[in-house]
Design a protein around this ligand. Sequence first.
Ligand code: DGP
Length: 115
Amino acid sequence: MTNQETIFSKIISREIPADIVYEDDLALAFRDVNPQAPVHILVIPKQPIAKLADAEYGDRDLMGHLLLTVKLIAEQLGLSNGYRVVINNGNDGGQTVDHLHLHILGGRHMKWPPG
Ligand code: DGP
């Protein structure tokens, strides 16, 4: 875990704007500024966990909450035909913002393997 400030912590504090689609006491979700699909949402914990590899056993309720939040948002946005959930972890994973985030990608058919 880290207390490092990132662009996402500034979205949580409303220092910078975002198209927020969901919020509760533990999580925030907003549209990705550089969408890779017709629907591209980022779900983040308000707690500043830098990356999945930094999550600890004590974070298990929060991690489960994030996944169920993904499901809820996908339902609310009408992604009934399916969607992809992605967590980029660290450098080789292609992570560019050091605040854990779950990508929801939907609205088109996804290819496999990803690039
Ligand atoms: P990743 O590569 O997994 O670290 O994805 C980071 C994502 O964050 C990337 O798809 C672009 C998005 N992003 C970066 N800065 C901003 C921002 O200021 N606002 C929003 N809405 N999305 C951002």
